[in-house]
Unconditional design. Structure first.
Length: 157
């Protein structure tokens, strides 16, 4: 698997993949306009993960201009879960945040009931910091988020 910076032509793929997994309740979703604005922002980086030049997922890193060196893994989605691709994509995002973007802290939030993702994040070194209770309305109920992070020293260890 390799990763490259996303370009404007990647937006239909990103939006479609995101909508599919958002409908399943695994990730949030944004409009194409929000993605377009974020893609143009120097504060965000979009990565497209590929296998043999075929897209298999994407990640969004935000907070790149933070003076606190605190970068958010805003979203990460792979097209074919259960094959280890998500774990590999998260590893890539971790390396990029700490080694190329000089992060001191990498953080994310994940739906409390997304046990598979939480397990992957924990096994890769993220620490659960707390729960943001019932903060997301999905149209039928409120959902809670678990806040997780990894510090620079923890990543090196």
């Amino acid at each position: 698997m390799n990763a490259r910076a996303a370009v404007l032509n990647d937006l239909p793929y990103i939006v479609n993949l995101e909508r599919n997994f958002s409908a399943l309740g695994f990730v949030g979703s944004d409009t194409e306009l929000v993605h377009r604005d974020r893609l143009a922002s120097p504060d965000c980086a979009y990565l497209v993960f590929e296998i043999e030049e075929a897209p298999m997922g994407y990640a969004i890193l935000c907070g790149l201009s933070s003076s606190n060196r605190s970068i958010e893994l805003k979203r990460i989605v792979v097209s074919d879960p259960g094959r280890g691709l998500g774990r590999e994509a998260v590893r890539f995002a971790i390396r990029m945040a700490f080694q190329e973007m000089s992060a001191h802290r990498l953080w994310l939030d994940v739906y409390e009931d997304n046990h598979r993702a939480r397990h992957v994040y924990r096994t890769l070194g993220f620490v659960e910091e707390g729960i943001i209770r019932e903060c997301i309305w999905n149209g039928s109920c409120f959902r809670s988020l678990v806040l997780m992070s990894m510090l620079e020293a923890e990543q090196r260890a």
